[in-house]
Design a binder for this molecule. Structure first.
Ligand code: UDP
Ligand code: MG
Length: 327
């Protein structure tokens, strides 16, 4: 406790055996320029490859490397959460293991932090080596979130950011299960600013965010920060009721003055019924999305299960028992 490092670098790792040595080398190169103490917290998120062995190897030659070993795969957001729970630094940097976030940028973040900013997030001014589809959906995603939520989530930022101890502790108090960390770290407030960078290609391996996971992540973000989808039923209800009142008037008018109705046959009826049925199912589904998340919160299960930690002198101080609970 007395020799707490100045900086903590939190790295979620899921099947990253190919890039960890390089990541460690690049981080050392960058962090040693600060002339201050630092630690590197690698969270092994239930990898199926040699990731944990490689972390142990790294630790054998560099005691600043620490590991949190998850009992299974809990996902990126929870891996980072565990890292924040165990981090001891005055400033904590979250960075991906695949070197898509350039470590050099950390120095710039530290400069801004020393100027007094409490959250310094990295904004991607450009992405390299990703399909147009990923780029397009990511752009669209950020713009939708930005529009419909009431927190100022900066456009095109990932989880790569530096946080002051105060912001880390504030974020750690939010124990929700379905996490959208970049929204949560912005929700806490404090003085925030951005630094710009070009997103690199992955150093090794492949993305673990296929479309399916991205979609789920987007739903977590939206449900976590907006009630708008729930209100959709109300708006649609008013809209459709208004339209049908107009339609009723039109039918009466046509009958009285034109001697005919403009609607024919069963097909019209069928289309209208199916349309309404569809809308009702969609709004039920939306309620279901929220309900499922409420159920998950109510169960109050731990956010993640740790098999073992390596390198932390006082695991009890980390609040490991409390950190797993939702209250
Ligand atoms: N990751 C993780 N658990 C997962 C999926 C990913 O800890 O279930 C980590 C992964 O090792 C990487 C980071 O989260 O350090 C970002 O993942 P990835 O590079 O696959 O996402 P992308 O950059 O393609 O959005
Ligand atoms: Mg990546």
């Amino acid at each position: 406790m007395n020799n707490k490092p100045r900086y903590t670098i939190v790295v979620p790792c899921y099947n990253e055996e190919g890039g960890l040595h390089e990541l460690h080398r690049r981080l050392c190169q960058v962090m040693d320029q600060t002339g201050e103490t630092w630690e590197m917290v690698l969270v092994n998120d239930g990898s199926g490859d040699r990731t944990p062995e490689i972390i142990r190897e790294l630790r054998a030659s560099d005691p600043r490397v620490k590991m949190i070993d998850f009992a299974r795969n809990f996902g990126h957001q929870l891996a980072v959460t565990a890292g924040l729970d165990y981090a001891q630094g005055d400033a904590v940097v979250m960075i991906d293991a695949d070197l898509q976030d350039p470590p050099q940028l950390i120095l710039e973040m530290i400069d801004r932090w020393k100027e007094g900013y409490e959250v310094v997030y990295a904004v991607r001014s450009q992405r390299k080596g990703e399909s147009w589809f990923k780029e397009f959906t990511a752009k669209l995603f950020y713009r939708i979130i930005f529009r419909i939520t009431d927190v100022d989530i900066p456009l095109d930022t990932g989880d790569f950011r530096l946080m002051d101890r105060k912001a880390v502790d504030a974020t750690r108090q939010m124990r929700e299960r379905h996490r959208f960390l970049r929204g949560m770290t912005s929700w806490v407030g404090f003085r925030q600013t951005g630094v710009y960078y070009v997103r690199e290609e992955r150093f090794a391996g492949e993305t673990h965010y296929p479309f399916r996971k991205m979609f789920k992540f987007a739903l977590d973000a939206i449900t976590g920060f907006s009630y708008l989808p729930l209100q959709l039923a109300t708006y649609l209800g008013f809209g459709i009721a208004g339209l049908s009142a107009l339609a009723a008037l039109a039918v009466v008018f046509a009958r009285l003055f034109m001697g005919a109705t403009p609607f024919y046959g069963q097909a019209t009826t069928l289309v209208v019924v199916l349309f309404l049925g569809g809308i009702q199912l969609i709004t039920l589904g939306i309620i279901g999305e929220y309900l499922g998340r409420i159920y998950d919160e109510v169960k109050g299960r731990p956010l993640y299960i740790v098999r073992e930690t390596i390198g932390f002198d006082e695991p009890s101080r980390q609040d490991a028992t409390h950190s797993g609970e939702s209250s």
